[in-house]
Structures are given as structure tokens and as C-alpha cells.
Design a binder for this molecule. Structure first.
Ligand SMILES: [Zn+2]
Length: 257
């Protein structure tokens, strides 16, 4: 299984428009972060988790020519606003499968009514195949994917376990019965916004505590704010098996059916 970090930044991305914060001015490519998303590929399958406003650029960066579907963690703009840019995939492949909580699908249908409309459709508008995700395993390709149910402040959010890989973003609370689904992972990805506490995201300390609880072989941090600091400096102070993710990073995970 191959995972590509398409974006690792918090909602405004890094650099923030107009910001003169030193991290926003950094020339290190690892300090430039598009909105969070990952491409997960195994066998002949390719799924994207979330498609925020940078989706088009991310698909170009990853040279992604075909996707089997998009899986949504939640409906916030930084995770969904690129949905219009499925058009090139739609023109080539037909209706694009999307997966999400019923509430997320309703929010998408409201924002992107022209995509979900079935009658009198505008000729260039893409179409999707809607798949509701409940808190139980669902099939993607030849794999059973396990949702991990958490809270982003008061909003329900899904993380997803694909075999030995799990991707959790925008988490603040993960109940113990959900943590129990994360045993024996090769790679855990989890959000770590910044050092100071935040209402709806793990800060660095909470993310590191969560990693200690889950005990994956390796962990990668994502959904990063410029306030966390320079990539290279933050990385130096992390535990041995914990890494700051950065855009375009690719990792491989042993894939078991
Ligand atoms: Zn977010």
C-alpha cells in the first residue's frame, strides 16, 4: 500500500495569504502545506481521503490520472471544496463514487446541488455515486475499511483504517472503544495543529499522548498550522517513531488482505 500526503496544512494552508509570519515566509518546501488530504493506493485501487480547495493542484502534483472514489472525514470547507474538480475524472471514468456520513452527504448535496441534481443537469456538471458510511466496516476495492468515530469540537468526524494504515484528522476526542480499533498499526496519521491547546484539534501534546496510547510502529502528524513552527526544527524534538508529514511525502505500508 502506498500513501501520498497530498496536503498537510490546516484550514488556511501555509503560507497564509498576506502573512509575514516566518514560517509562512520559509523557503523550505516542507513548510509549504496545502489543505489536508491523502491518496491511498493498493493493488490497482486509488482512493482520496477528502478533497479540499487544493484538490486540482494536488491531483496534478501526484500525477493522479484515475481515482476509484473520494472518502470524506467531515464536511468542513478545507476538506470538501474541491469537489467540482472531479470533472476530469468524471469525463474519463463516469460517475465518481463518494463515501461519507449521511450528514456530510447532505451538506455536499446542498453546496454542490448541480453535482447531485439528477434532472435538467448542466452539460458539464459531474455526477457522483453516493455511498453512506456508518460506523461499521465498508468495502473499498478489495479491502474492508474501518471507520473510526471521533469528535471535532462537537462535530462528528470519521477517521479510516485501511489494513495496517489509519488516517485520522480533525480529531479532538477519540473514545476508547474507537481507539481499540487501532491496534497493531504499521502507520498512524493523526492531526497536530500547534503547541497551544485548541477547541477542536489535538495540539502537539495531545497528538503525542494519543500516539503513545495507540502504539503504531510509525506515526505521522498532519493538519499543521504555521504556529507549530518550522518543519525541520519541530521534527528534531519528536520521539523516534514520530514524523511531521509534509506535502508530497510518500510512504509504503505492508498490505495484508
Ligand atoms: Zn480541517
Amino acid at each position: 500500500m502506498k500513501v501520498t500526503f497530498l496536503g498537510t496544512g490546516t484550514s488556511q494552508g501555509i503560507p497564509i495569504i498576506g502573512s509575514e509570519h516566518p514560517v509562512c515566509l520559509s523557503e523550505n518546501p516542507k513548510d509549504k502545506r496545502l489543505r489536508v488530504s491523502v491518496l491511498v493506493e493498493w493493488d490497482d485501487y486509488a482512493y482520496v481521503v477528502d478533497c479540499g480547495p487544493d484538490f486540482r493542484q494536488q491531483m496534478l502534483n501526484a500525477e493522479c490520472k484515475r481515482i476509484d472514489g473520494i472518502v470524506f472525514t467531515h464536511e468542513h470547507a478545507d476538506h470538501t471544496m474541491g469537489l467540482d474538480d472531479i470533472r476530469p475524472f468524471f469525463f474519463r471514468q463516469g460517475d465518481i463514487p463518494i463515501y461519507g456520513h449521511e450528514r456530510v452527504l447532505t451538506a455536499l448535496a446542498h453546496r454542490f446541488d448541480y453535482i447531485f441534481q439528477t434532472k435538467n443537469k448542466y452539460p458539464g456538471a459531474p455526477s457522483v455515486v453516493i455511498n453512506e458510511v456508518k460506523n461499521k466496516p465498508f468495502r473499498l476495492g478489495n479491502l474492508d475499511v474501518v471507520p473510526i468515530d471521533g469528535l471535532h469540537d462537537k462535530l462528528q468526524v470519521f477517521g479510516f483504517r485501511f489494513g495496517k494504515f489509519a488516517y485520522l484528522t480533525d480529531m479532538k476526542i477519540v473514545p476508547d472503544e474507537e481507539v481499540a480499533k487501532l491496534q497493531d498499526l504499521d502507520v498512524l496519521v493523526v492531526n497536530a495543529l500547534r503547541e497551544s491547546p485548541h477547541q477542536s484539534h489535538f495540539n502537539l501534546e495531545e497528538a503525542l499522548d494519543f500516539i503513545k496510547k495507540v502504539k503504531p510502529k510509525r506515526a505521522f502528524l498532519t493538519h499543521i498550522s504555521h504556529l507549530l513552527g518550522f518543519h525541520d526544527e519541530v521534527q528534531q524534538n519528536l520521539p523516534e517513531n514520530v514524523f511531521l508529514a509534509y506535502d508530497n511525502l510518500q510512504i509504503t505500508i505492508d498490505h495484508e488482505e
